[in-house]
Design a protein around this ligand. Sequence first.
Ligand code: AMP
Length: 482
Amino acid sequence: MSSGRATDPQRTGPTEKCGVVGVSLEEREAALPTYYALYALQHRGQESAGIVSHDGFQQHEHVGMGLVGEAFTETDIDTLHGSSGVGHVRYPTAGSVDKSNAQPFTVSFEAGSLALSHNGNLVNTTALRSKLAEKGHAFSSDGDTEVIAHDLARNLLESDLVRAVKATMERLHGSYALTVMHDDTVMGIRDPEGNRPLIIGRIDGGNVIASESAAIDTLGGEVVRDVKPGELVVLAEDGSGFDAYQLLSPDRTANCFFEYVYFARPDSVIDGELVYETRRELGTKLWEEAGVETDVVMPVPDSGRAYASGYQEAAEDVEFAEGLMKNRYVGRTFIMPTQEARERAVRLKLNPIRSTVEDRSVTLIDDSIVRGTTSRQLVDLLRDAGAESVHVRIGAPPITAPCYMGIDMADRDELIAAENDAEGVESAIGADSLAYLSPEAVASAIGTEQSDLCMGCVTGDYPYDIEGETTDRDVTTPVLDR
Ligand code: AMP
């Protein structure tokens, strides 16, 4: 399968695969629960972490680089006063490891203060930014979050909160799951396609909105429900509850399938589906569609674990072995900026247990192939450890196109499946056989229609209007007439 395209249309600003949280409590400091929630969302971003709180009079802010544990000291948390707070963890994007992109993004204006945490990526940032610049807005970053902040601030000068948010949402095109604090009012906003997850929870003394339910669990809270696509949820300042406003109503959603496949924590529930069970079901379908008889089934830790468990259960008579041991102190291989560093990192990270593979046929299971680095290295590793044959089974379809919706995947020229069909990738990674899961099986395991998912990185057809790309639906692009 070839896209025939050598380069991608320009993406604007940094892409944002991130974690967001917003907390509103009655008479209790919000900073500590916000901090713990960010810990629970650490997998969604390791470049920077930040919290902005509000004490009813003013904002307090701390943003630091690195992991949550590195970005904050106890003293930092102590200075973040107030019972309202928003937090953010940001994913590293090559070339933009830089504090100016760290969030929450804050702005003060005549109608108060705003703090925004954004997960996702707008695709009409340039048009929106130049419209706002014409009106005299000056920008300090190339990011889309600042553009949302300015647009919202402008609308808040003219109307009440709900109308202002609606007017801004009508001008945004793309992916956004936001936690926003206007003075000490905390709210959650999810784009009309519901591209990224956002969920509401009840915790002791108040309410929380977070990217994933695992954050609510971590705070010992109860999940209330997901923020609906196109919805604004405003948390009560006294911690008592929330108001919800369905501001935009799309005909179809475009939930990111990759959240289920890779990004979200397996213990999170997104739009009613437990991610772990979805992954096990994907594994079961992988056996049904592309099962191969071997002596042993082995997951790539940790990404392939739930898949391998579902696959092996369906296969019945095959042994399951954790044959690759992980060095948990090595970070995600993906964050290494150069290919050479990435290759070394796989060896640093994983080591085979010889007795589980020696003279045996092995099925290696993972969620996805992006550049092909992980699979190629692991096939080599297993052969070196004496495997008789290595078959690779992947729980997602081939990734053939970039993500414009906020996942730092890779460009087309780096994606191994952009120019190679399954046979080509099989030989590039040196496997005895390779098979992927079909898009239909992915939709069915998630429990939805393919037409309600964003699978742009698989099909090359996006649910948004992106210059230089094709779309899979009738998209109405916002008219920026104001
Ligand atoms: P690659 O080695 O480039 O083929 O990447 C595939 C491996 O990275 C798989 O083990 C995935 O679990 C993981 N992966 C896939 N997408 C991403 C991403 N956007 N960020 C970090 N890791 C990823």
